[in-house]
Design a protein around this ligand. Structure first.
Ligand SMILES: [Zn+2]
Length: 240
């Protein structure tokens, strides 16, 4: 039987499409590497985890649902502040949890920042501490989150992500064996502590829209500033 040339082309095209679909089924990337799958906070970090975490800033109810799903105990706080300083979706992580403990426990980041800190602790900070120090992280020390101010505390200019609790400043990590790794003290010194700090900074860049460390400027010599750029829009990402 003679097959007309155009029909032959269509058959080939169908074969190629079917091959492509089969290849996708067999070699399908994990959900965290696909842009259209639902975010799960317990999954390993993938190509789109950071963007999905940042997108939670426009969907606080989903953020709360995802955080609850992990089993982490936390309190949803009523809206606080007003105007440029309204923190509408802040949470307080319950103290002394093995999953995640922030010090002081009174710190109240927005839910999207808390969710990203949780993923960071589980997938970046804890594995790095275990590999480099053979100990777990008991608590992550912060210099605060919600703070009604403009950038660098100036009297005019752009508002800080801290004004809406969409940022958190991390100053140190306390291990279960009592060791304390401090950004101020250990960042500039050669040693495993500095390797650890740079590794957790780099890991944070995969989860937060903005990460600023002592490498950025002198104002950040004692902390890592992590934020989800809720004001800056979804496209803005910085890592230094
Ligand atoms: Zn900050």
């Amino acid at each position: 039987m003679r097959i007309v040339p155009w029909l032959r082309r269509i058959v080939w095209l169908l074969v190629i499409v079917a091959d492509g679909m089969l290849a996708f089924v067999f070699f399908r990337p994990p959900p965290q590497d696909l842009p259209w799958t639902e975010l799960r906070l317990g999954e390993p970090i993938g190509l789109f985890t950071g963007r999905k975490l940042t997108a939670l800033t426009s969907d606080p109810a989903r953020c709360i649902m995802l955080l609850r799903e992990t089993g982490l105990r936390f309190e949803e706080l009523p809206p606080r502040g007003e105007g440029q300083c309204l923190a509408a979706d802040a949470v307080r992580i319950a103290p002394r949890q093995e999953m995640l403990a922030l010090a002081p426990a009174s710190v109240t980041p927005s839910c999207p920042v808390a969710a990203a800190v949780a993923v960071w602790k589980w997938q970046v900070v804890q594995p790095a501490a275990q590999r480099l120090f053979g100990a777990s992280v008991a608590s992550i020390e912060t210099l605060g989150s919600h703070n009604c101010r403009r950038m660098y505390g100036r009297t005019e200019g752009a508002w800080s992500e801290h004004a809406t609790a969409d940022a958190i400043d991390i100053s140190a990590f306390v291990l279960t064996d009592g060791r304390r790794i401090s950004v101020l003290k250990d960042w500039p010194e050669p040693g495993e502590e500095a390797i650890f700090l740079k590794e957790v900074r780099d890991g944070a860049c995969r989860l937060f829209a903005t990460v600023l460390s002592p490498d950025y400027n002198a104002q950040h010599r004692d902390h890592l500033h992590l934020d989800q750029a809720a004001r800056g829009g979804m496209g803005w990402r910085a890592c230094r």
